[in-house]
Design a protein around this ligand. Structure first.
Ligand code: Z5A
Length: 211
């Protein structure tokens, strides 16, 4: 598959607002990489490690200010990268990851009241500057995404945010993608699951061929 063999695993993150289909597409991506004969793990943030899972529970259930929230996401990420993601990549295993630094910059920065540049800096410090080779941004009209999430029933603390937050969030993600066009691929997530999965596969294949 690769024309220049790379001993490190491929690190792919999926980003976007809630309800854009990241979890669904992370499953497809993991299955695709496995089908083409690659070792792959799937992970997520918040969570992704034993400590991360504890922090996930705190973040999603406790009321807290923006600074505390940003710091807990960064703490989760620092642990997740060092205990799960980096060891896998170093062993040649691909990592398909649901959310990463871009989620913090978009949610805690563009969506809330923190400075996006400061949120990015905090997270780059926490992770030693680790960035994925490919970030797939699933872009979807916030109203459609809200309908998808609403269909699922009970919502967590962050999912209960209002419409203007979701619009700021989407614009924030698109700004991030425009800033790093080599890392990001923007995919229209409004089509059927199978169509979106096809686009995700193409983005991964292309990245494997050019690394
Ligand atoms: N957060 C943050 O603020 N800062 C950070 O740094 C990080 C996270 C890392 C928890 O995340 C919250 O933390 C999240 C962001 C914040 N809050 N919000 N809101 P989470 O991982 O628990 O939740 P999520 O990332 O938002 O995932 P989600 O709500 O489950 O959405 P999703 O993974 O993008 O979508 P999905 O579960 O794959 O699909 C949603 C539904 O749509 C489901 O019923 C699917 O069957 C359906 N679906 C999927 N694809 C399609 C298509 N193509 N057509 C129609 N229906 C579809």
């Amino acid at each position: 598959m690769t024309n220049r063999p790379n001993p490190r695993g491929l690190w792919v993150t999926l980003e976007g607002g809630d309800g854009t289909g990241k979890t669904t597409q992370a499953d497809h991506a993991r299955r695709y990489l496995s089908e083409i004969g690659r070792d792959v793990i799937r992970t997520r943030e918040p969570g992704g490690s034993p400590l991360g899972d504890k922090l996930r529970h705190l973040i999603l259930t406790e009321e807290m200010g923006s600074h505390a929230e940003a710091l807990l996401f960064a703490a989760n990420r620092a642990d997740h990268i060092r205990t799960t993601v980096e060891p896998a990549l170093a062993a040649g295993v691909d990592v398909v990851q649901d959310r990463y630094i871009d989620s913090s910059v978009a949610y805690q920065g563009y969506g809330r009241d923190l400075d996006p540049a400061e949120v990015r800096l905090l997270n780059m410090w926490a992770t030693g500057g680790a960035l994925p080779e490919l970030t797939i941004l699933l872009d979807l009209d916030p109203a459609v995404a809200a309908t998808r999430v609403g269909n699922r029933g009970e919502q967590d603390r962050i999912e209960q945010e209002q419409d203007d937050f979701r619009v700021r969030l989407r614009d924030g993600f698109l700004t991030l993608a425009a800033t790093e066009p080599d890392r990001f691929v923007i995919i229209d997530a409004g089509d059927t699951e199978a169509q979106v999965a096809g686009r995700v596969r193409s983005a991964i294949t292309e990245r494997l061929l050019t690394r």
